[in-house]
Design a protein around this ligand. Sequence first.
Ligand SMILES: Cc1cc2nc3c(=O)[nH]c(=O)nc-3n(C[C@H](O)[C@H](O)[C@H](O)COP(=O)(O)OP(=O)(O)OC[C@H]3O[C@@H](n4cnc5c(N)ncnc54)[C@H](O)[C@@H]3O)c2cc1C
Length: 424
Amino acid sequence: MIQNPTNWAGNYTYRAARLHTPQTIEQIQEIVSRSNKLKALGSRHSFNDIADSYEDLISLENLNQVLELDRERRRVTVEAGIRYGQLGQWLHREGFALHNLASLPHISVAGACATATHGSGDQNGNLTTAAATLEFITAEGEIVILSREDQPGQFQRAAIGLGALGIVTKLTLDILPTFDMRQDLYQNLPLSQLENHFDELTSSAYSVSLFTDWRSASFNQVWMKRRVSKDDSFEPEPDLFGATLATRPLHPIEALSAENCTEQMGIRGPWHERLPHFRMDFTPSSGEELQSEYFIPRQHAFAAFRAVDQISELIAPLLQISEVRTIAADNLWMSPCYQQASVAIHFTWKMNWPAVSQVLPIIEERLAPFGARPHWGKLFTMQPKHLQSLYPQLPEFQELPRYYDPQGKFRNAFLDRYIFGQSI
Ligand SMILES: Cc1cc2nc3c(=O)[nH]c(=O)nc-3n(C[C@H](O)[C@H](O)[C@H](O)COP(=O)(O)OP(=O)(O)OC[C@H]3O[C@@H](n4cnc5c(N)ncnc54)[C@H](O)[C@@H]3O)c2cc1C
């Protein structure tokens, strides 16, 4: 039994017998060589068993340094265990930025990239799309380097690896010159406005998030994150498609204090302190929660909102808050946004799995006509066969772990169920 054996939310207890925390690549290779069943564990922010192992877990929390900054090519190479919060501060000091961040900065880069973690923004791909090179250790203990430029086909297949290919030790990420942002929040956006203005709304800032509790036919809050230059004279309109400009800082769950949230009210600040909703030194979100999220081709956004709204009386009593974000299409095989610009409908639930697990199949049924794909790291109930049918390239992805991991050392119950189609 490992010490502190639960994930961040405490809703999942890892079944693995041992947790290894190596300090060096050689130690990782040695652990890989002597383990029969092993899986990499990130910062434990997934809500399901994707990171668990039948036997051994390995955490790269001690390998968390920036290794190299290539200013010319605008690339940074990091150890896999680094968290976005630490990397963001470092990059900003050096004059650089990442293209986007998730709602929280606490997650590890390798863990986030393994599940296609995303933020929002019509032009922003998920966080894995910033990856230019992946370095990982295979089941044989060999080091493999895959680069987007040198092995484009293999890279597209492997980048969102769900931890199935091996232990990622290093990633090289694309970076941008650093930039400042401001957040302006609006309250009470009528749902009906999204029928004709969804594209206009989500394209009107660098990153736009909409929050709703599904208790009325409106979105409670709209978070607009804009890039600003030093002499920017931007002033937000008092009204946005019927929503009004907020006059005080807000938490997405309005009953909670906005203290944990990144600075709002149009105050300019660096990208890494505006793109996440939550501050690095505070608990993100509500802390006591479950999460689910579904990705839908964005042309179906309004129809999908309507479909969810029609069952709001089932959802609202179990919900803390829902968030809608947009994500650019990408070319990464296991990405829920593979070749489709997407809208993601997210649910932060109360900690009540028996009840939530009754509602998820109904939501999934409502969203099935739009080909909804679940977030790999969150809670869902759809049958493996259905999930597999949503990824036409899955049979070829299955070849990849067979190549790097012929004995199935890195397989776990999640992969056996959803990727390899065996029920354990
Ligand atoms: C409060 C909260 C807010 C969240 N907000 C967002 C959000 O805004 N957007 C979003 O998309 N998701 C969000 N998530 C979900 C989260 O980003 C994903 O579940 C992510 O995968 C968690 O990363 P992790 O480092 O905790 O990895 P873990 O959950 O520990 O592991 C996830 C996967 O990564 C693999 N992995 C980890 N490290 C390695 C490695 N070194 N080599 C190979 N594989 C590895 C694991 O094997 C596993 O398959 C949120 C979660 C929480 C708890």
